[in-house]
Ligand binder design. Structure first.
Ligand SMILES: N[C@@H](CCC(=O)N[C@@H](CS)C(=O)NCC(=O)O)C(=O)O
Length: 207
């Protein structure tokens, strides 16, 4: 049994981010499925979300906190740039992913197309349609960045890429994402680089 444990649900994009970070850092860990709605789960996460990381006495929620902890507490390749401006850019992209891209791509499309379908609820087509210009704008911002640098925070893969990639894998699988994300773009080339990171396909599988 590994002394690091990730509590979560494999389809969750935030859990996927945490798994990508653990894998690319080279940390051995166990994954534990949880019932995040259970009353007793509040002892792990007071907001009843996933993931949660356990390492000895350390218990952490919030994926960014987990990512930073894993990167600094364990040996392995650094997942943060050392240059101050590049490091700040990494946090800028993570913050934008949490605040803007998750909201557009996940809440306004992936949830409508996949999560609701799993529950037998029809997608809110008006909500998706109204968000189409936002999807276009957000993809352009990301594509512009990836046109001038291989990864979001510079020439090396960082935590920022691991926050965004699982979300865009899901979005690309929706009809809207497929239409707006042709492979011959800077985002497409970046995704090809991301696919080569550790266990990417296994972690980010659809269905
Ligand atoms: N701010 C949290 C967000 C985590 C989050 O929203 N996780 C989603 C899954 S991707 C979740 O737990 N959803 C359950 C719910 O909202 O009821 C983090 O960074 O870890």
């Amino acid at each position: 049994m590994a002394d690091v444990k990730l509590l979560g649900l494999p389809p969750s994009s935030y859990c996927r981010t945490a798994m990508m970070i653990l894998e690319n850092k080279g940390v051995d860990y166990d994954f534990e499925l949880v019932d995040f709605r259970a009353t007793e789960y509040a002892a792990h996460h007071p907001f009843h979300k996933v993931p949660v990381l356990k390492h000895g006495e350390v218990s952490l929620y919030e994926t960014l906190a987990i990512g930073i902890y894993v990167d600094v507490a364990f040996d392995g390749p650094s997942l943060q740039p050392s240059d101050p401006a590049a490091k700040a850019e990494m946090f800028q992209w993570i913050s934008a992913t949490i605040d803007y891209y998750y909201d557009s791509f996940v809440r306004h499309c992936v949830t409508e197309r996949f999560v609701k379908a799993m529950r037998g609820i029809p997608a809110d087509e008006a909500k998706i349609e109204a968000a189409m210009p936002v999807f276009t704008d957000h993809l352009a911002i990301i594509n512009d960045r990836l046109s001038v640098s291989d990864y979001l925070a510079g020439s090396e893969v960082s935590l920022a890429d691991m926050f965004l990639a699982p979300i865009l894998v899901y979005f690309a699988a929706t009809p809207e994402g497929a239409a707006l994300m042709p492979p011959q773009t800077a985002i497409g080339a970046w995704m090809q680089r991301m696919v080569k990171t550790k266990r990417f396909d296994e972690i980010n599988k659809l269905g």
